[in-house]
Write a protein that binds this ligand. Structure first.
Ligand SMILES: Cc1cc2nc3c(=O)[nH]c(=O)nc-3n(C[C@H](O)[C@H](O)[C@H](O)COP(=O)(O)O)c2cc1C
Length: 177
């Protein structure tokens, strides 16, 4: 697990290769297996593989979302924000599980943030996604996880990257290291 965590990096360039059905299935399982507050699972997911939709989703924000253009898949994470106040935690845990699963099966991924972001001066990123994918008003859009076969290599994390000075033992201020 630590090896996977060291090697997982955000991938923003993807090959023009589709994701096989068995890998797609694993990604679906990964989000459905996420833990949630009181096991309430206040989420829904839209797995977008349609090229035209992905290209339009790539324009939801500025440069932050452009990577979706070449992704083979965008997993749109929706929260039942009217039902559970932990919907943000619950959906974001599902998002990171999808990212880790993607990397464990040779795929790359990157988070594209949607909640509290703008599409343009007048429209929120959430509204843009909602209209495009016909998502009901009662669902909040947290993020989109772009997934595909990596077309770039990112260096794994090293020990030097780890901010041990932010970790304390027993009491705040008592350095772990
Ligand atoms: C909450 C959150 C929001 C993010 N939003 C974006 C985004 O909109 N676009 C993007 O390209 N990357 C986004 N990222 C990816 C981060 O930039 C990336 O995880 C961070 O730079 C660390 O790099 P690494 O993932 O390679 O370890 C986001 C990551 C998180 C956790």
């Amino acid at each position: 697990m630590i090896d996977l965590l060291m090697k997982r990096r955000s991938i923003r360039k993807f090959k023009d290769v589709h994701i096989e059905a068995d890998k797609l299935e694993k990604l679906v399982k990964s989000v459905l297996l996420a833990p949630s507050g009181s096991n309430q699972r206040p989420w829904e997911f839209v797995f977008v593989t349609d090229r035209g939709l992905l290209e339009t989703l790539a324009t939801v924000r500025d440069r932050s979302s452009a990577l979706l253009k070449d992704a083979a898949l965008g997993i749109v994470l929706l929260g039942e924000s009217d039902r559970r106040d932990t919907w943000i935690e619950d959906t974001t845990i599902a998002a990171i599980l999808a990212q880790l699963t993607a990397h464990s099966i040779g795929l790359g991924s990157c988070w594209v943030h949607i909640r509290n972001r703008m599409h343009n001066d007048t429209k929120t990123a959430e509204q843009f996604v909602r209209e495009l994918l016909e998502i009901p008003e009662q669902r909040s859009v947290e993020c989109i996880i772009a997934v595909g076969y990596p077309d770039e290599q990112r260096a794994p994390r090293s020990e030097e990257d780890l901010e041990y000075d932010k970790v304390y033992r027993n009491k705040y201020g008592l350095k772990y290291r």
